[in-house]
Design a protein around this ligand. Structure first.
Ligand code: ADP
Ligand code: MG
Length: 591
């Protein structure tokens, strides 16, 4: 199948060819013919990196009537980064489609510039929900002429709490419009949007729902928590050509690991929500230009980052929410390339391996962190190759050669090779000579049982102590700095007595609470349906979830996965919500 056979016009074909796209990806092949000709709504489900942007972008551009100077296409996406990426990509597709005007609107940038651009005339708006509403309310843009709405990364948008905003924006669009929804996963909330806002949509699925790309090698390495950094460094030193992303669970860890890598001479930097927008842009630019070899990031900060040719994704321990694993590893093996995902797993998290395997539908391969010997060998051979390939600047070195020959005149060729190799080798040897084996044996890490409900050890013990534990999709990110604050909120909202609550495990985006008999039910009955920051609060018994998951019901476990996913997607760090905290607060005020 070629792009031409998809009935794209000559202007678009020329642009696509210039971008080096040889043939359509699967989602493009399946979606483009329908999107070009049909009036039906569409749901497109495909992993990250499968070319969804062109799948909706090419037909959208082709269908623009440039004689009609009004907004005809509206694309909503979750983050500023993604918004800029989509706009750039669409502008490239429209390079030869004269008169098609595309404008990006997102928070954290001067609204006046965006207003000026819109006033000049625009056919396609690419926006984040917050800024889009803002501009609607200022009456800078109206959507009554929009014939196509695209919801890109719909799952992310819902999980970041944009549900109400999306509802409001869609209300401003005409009934006759087509809606195209694209998503990597299909949690319940996305199904609900599809049901409420779409009319008998045509569904295109690539791969299995929620699965991961086929061309990723999934590996894990079992090491103690305090050896995780060393293992990471060994893998990095072992792969001279690596271009990778290291995922950490917290901002602090992200900073620490990036700092240590830099101190150890690796070109690394950190990306997390504590950075200003300008700092984040600067880090991302360095990474895109390959000035950085390794980007260390929190899950949310790295969301939607579209950098091709990432060879390795590392997980400094498995994520708290299993679905994050798929999103993380999807940062490699983009655009048909292959990649490696390596999880550095501590014994405490070893039992999550099974859950990840279930999520991605294939086993993780146990690998060992390279030994000092392996690394020295690898670096040495790289140096030899460099020596072999180096361009000699005869003129430049000429003035020194006589003296050098004099100094080395007593050595044979063999001697010289040995010595000169040792100069380099000793450097790595120094780092690695005392480096023992840091790998753990899977059998010795008795924390890894065959069966597993995704809870850490402590969690399990707690659930035995308390008669029941409930899961609540609210956590530190919602502003609860400690367990006391969360408990206060729960008591206030549901009328339960603080004394009837046992152990509380407060995580970034969710919480487990141990409860006495009857209290869990009360929490569930009174809290469900309430909301916080525009998002529905959900409370459920975690033991039920566990049992069902163990029961092996695939459907049920996917559903409970989506509970986790929604918590997870809202992030461990809300930095990449558009406009950061400022906008977040603005949205809250508006309600
Ligand atoms: P998704 O939205 O599914 O995560 P993107 O649309 O961002 O994926 O595409 C991922 C990468 O693949 C981008 O760099 C894009 O330019 C490239 N790409 C898209 N379609 C093709 C194609 N048909 N052939 C080659 N590369 C492509
Ligand atoms: Mg995309």
């Amino acid at each position: 199948m070629t792009f031409k056979e998809l009935d794209l016009n000559a202007n678009i074909l020329r642009a696509v060819e210039e971008l080096g796209f040889e043939k359509p990806s699967e989602i493009q092949e399946k979606a483009i013919p329908t999107l070009l000709t049909s009036e039906r709504d569409l749901v497109g489900l495909a992993q990250t990196g499968t070319g969804k942007t062109a799948a909706f972008g090419l037909p959208l551009i082709q269908n623009i009537d440039t004689e009609f100077r009004a907004i005809q296409g509206l694309i909503l996406c979750p983050t500023r980064e993604l918004c800029m990426q989509i706009t750039k990509e669409l502008q490239a597709y429209a390079k030869y489609s004269e008169g098609v005007k595309i404008v990006a609107v997102y928070g954290g940038a001067a609204i006046s510039d965006q207003i000026r651009q819109i006033k000049k005339g625009v056919n396609i708006i690419v926006g984040t929900p917050g800024r889009t509403i803002d501009l609607m309310e200022r009456k800078v843009m109206k959507f009554d002429t929009v014939s196509t709405v695209v919801l890109d990364e719909a799952d992310e948008m819902l999980n970041m709490g944009f549900k109400e905003d999306i509802n409001r924006i869609l209300k401003g669009t005409p009934a006759f419009k087509k809606t195209w929804l694209f998503s990597a996963t299909m949690p319940k909330e996305v199904e609900r949007i599809a049901k409420n806002y779409m009319d008998d949509p045509f569904t295109v699925t690539v791969g299995t729902k929620n699965s991961s790309a086929a061309n990723i090698e999934h590996k894990y390495c079992l090491v103690k928590g305090r050896d995780q950094y060393h293992a990471l460094r060994r893998f990095i030193d072992y792969s001279p050509e690596m271009f990778g992303i290291v995922f950490c669970r917290t901002r602090r860890e992200t900073k620490e690991i990036a700092d240590r890598l830099m101190a150890d001479g690796c070109n690394a930097d950190a990306l997390h929500g504590d950075l200003s927008q300008a700092q984040r842009d600067s880090v991302m630019n360095k990474f895109r230009k390959r000035t950085l070899k390794v980007l260390v990031a929190t899950d949310v900060a790295a969301r939607g980052i579209d950098v091709d040719d990432v060879t390795h994704v590392f997980h400094v321990d498995l994520p708290d929410e299993i679905e994050s694993y798929t999103h993380r590893s999807g940062r490699t093996a983009r655009a048909g390339k292959s990649g490696v995902s390596i999880a550095l797993v501590s014994p405490a998290k070893a039992r999550r391996i099974k859950l990840v395997e279930k999520q991605i539908g294939k086993p993780l391969e146990l690998v060992k962190a390279p030994s000092g010997q392996d690394i020295c060998g690898m670096q040495l051979m790289k140096m030899i190759k460099n020596v072999h390939d180096v361009e000699v600047n005869e003129k430049g070195i000429a003035p020194f050669l006589a003296q050098i020959h004099e100094e080395l005149k007593d050595f044979s060729k063999e001697d010289i090779i040995e010595r000169f190799v040792s100069v380099e080798f000793n450097r790595f040897l120094k780092t690695y000579e005392k480096a023992g084996d840091i790998n753990l044996e899977p059998s010795k890490s008795k924390d890894r049982p065959e069966r597993d409900g995704g809870r850490n050890r402590r969690g399990d013990r707690d659930s035995e102590q308390n008669s029941k534990r409930v899961f609540i999709n609210v956590g530190k990110i919602d502003g609860f700095e400690n367990k006391g604050q969360l408990l206060g909120f729960l008591c206030n909202q549901s009328g339960i007595d603080g004394g009837s609550v046992g152990k509380i495990d407060l995580f970034d985006s969710f919480t487990f609470v141990g409860v006495e008999d009857g209290v869990g039910e009360k929490l569930i009955n009174s809290m469900n349906g309430k909301n916080i920051e525009n998002r529905d609060i959900r409370v459920e018994f975690s033991k039920d979830k566990l049992r069902n998951e163990r029961g092996g019901g695939e459907r049920r476990s996917t559903r409970s996965g989506s509970v986790n996913s929604s918590a997870n997607r809202r992030s461990n760090d809300r930095g990449s919500r558009e406009g950061g905290d400022r906008n977040f607060k603005e949205r809250r005020k508006r309600r």
